[in-house]
Design a protein around this ligand. Structure first.
Ligand SMILES: C[S@@+](CC[C@H](N)C(=O)[O-])C[C@H]1O[C@@H](n2cnc3c(N)ncnc32)[C@H](O)[C@@H]1O
Length: 339
């Protein structure tokens, strides 16, 4: 058996940092399990830093690839018998640049590490592999954090929000980003109609990491639009993604209609979930985060089960409730479309 230690990325807020240790542990457990490595991952403090440690047979190439997706991971070491730490890997290299989801700052942005963590839980719960060409949908994308993280994994992204200004800002930011980094791309706008009326204007980017890949047609795509989440079925008539990852409105500052509290969050989810399920390919999975002060965890999981999803449980998917800020305690529910 080998001993492994993962040094975790620090977070500026120490209370949040303490809270996210359990998320980091769950994430590494899920990623190792996905690679068929069952390990007892433990949290440790060494030299004043937070670490995760586990013992396992020598990690295979596939298991290392999965571990490198870890959102909380800074560096993974192998610990030699004399206690020396041998660096094994850091985070997987970004398809574009690692700062893509970081540069745009705004109130209400979902933490990038947390978003990437949710994407990992959805991936691990799904029947799909990290090396497959996946499409990730965020039906409540704000200014696109989920989409940018998916693109940096070399996947495609679909990003929608009812807030047209937020979608437009994300689109402008991405366009500038591609231009600034001289990434070869095309951009098209297309009006989609439903029942004879315009349902949404779709904005699509097609791009590739290098001009050679672009020329060879080895491209990635980001499609965005302003649309209420329950209306996505108007433009997608069949499954269009393998993963759905979304940070739902907290009912505090992002309430539909801009109110302070959102009594309608439950109704909104009740209306949207059946639509989202139809957009997931069989074997695909959904990870939704929400404020437990405005949406009850058992109700969210119950609604997921009601629309035919298999809600995932087990060590990596339970006990994920964590403090974010005053009035926001967040939880994550993960479910798979089996049929
Ligand atoms: C917590 S924020 C998501 C932030 C996003 N992850 C980001 O980092 O920019 C929730 C988002 O849900 C959107 N939203 C609320 N109700 C919606 C609905 N019915 N349909 C679509 N989007 C909705 C809000 O406009 C807001 O952008």
């Amino acid at each position: 058996m080998m001993k492994y230690c993962a040094l975790l990325r620090p977070h500026a807020n120490s209370r949040y940092q303490a809270e996210t240790l359990k998320l980091a542990r769950a994430e590494l457990t899920a990623l190792l399990e996905k690679g068929e490595c069952r390990a007892d991952v433990r949290c440790e403090k060494r030299a004043g830093c937070d670490w995760l440690s586990f013992e396992a047979e020598a990690l295979t190439a596939d298991q290392r690839t999965l571990a490198a997706l870890g959102a909380h991971l800074y560096l993974l070491f192998q610990e030699a018998e004399d206690g020396a730490m041998v660096p094994l890997l850091g985070q997987k290299e970004a398809y574009l640049e690692s700062d893509l989801p970081l540069v745009l700052k705004y109130k209400g942005k979902t933490n990038e590490t947390f978003t990437s963590f949710m994407m990992n839980l959805a991936l691990c719960a799904s029947n799909y592999g990290a090396g497959e060409m996946l499409t990730v949908l965020d039906p409540m994308c704000g200014r696109g954090t989920t989409a940018f993280i998916a693109l940096n994994r070399g996947w495609n992204a679909l990003a929608f929000d009812q807030d047209a200004a937020a979608v437009e800002e994300a689109e402008k930011y991405f366009k500038k980003y591609l231009e600034y980094h001289r990434v070869k791309h095309t951009f098209i706008e297309k009006s989609m109609t439903a029942n004879g009326k315009q349902a949404a204007k779709l904005r699509s980017f097609q791009f590739a990491k290098t001009p050679e890949l672009f020329k060879a047609g080895d491209t990635r795509a980001l499609t965005m639009g302003a649309l209420p989440a329950a209306n996505l079925g108007q433009i997608y008539k069949k499954p269009c993604c393998q993963l759905i990852v979304s940070d739902l409105p907290y009912g505090v500052q992002h309430a539909p209609g801009g109110g302070r509290k959102a009594p309608s969050l439950e109704d909104m989810l009740y209306e949207a979930l059946p639509v989202w399920v139809d957009l997931l390919h069989t074997g695909g999975a959904m990870a939704l985060s929400f404020n437990v002060n405005t949406l009850k965890p058992e109700m969210v999981r119950g609604m997921m089960a009601e629309v035919g999803l298999d809600v995932v449980d087990g060590a990596a998917y339970e006990g994920l409730e964590h403090w974010v800020e005053q009035a926001i305690t967040r939880d994550v529910a993960v479910a798979v479309r089996r049929f």
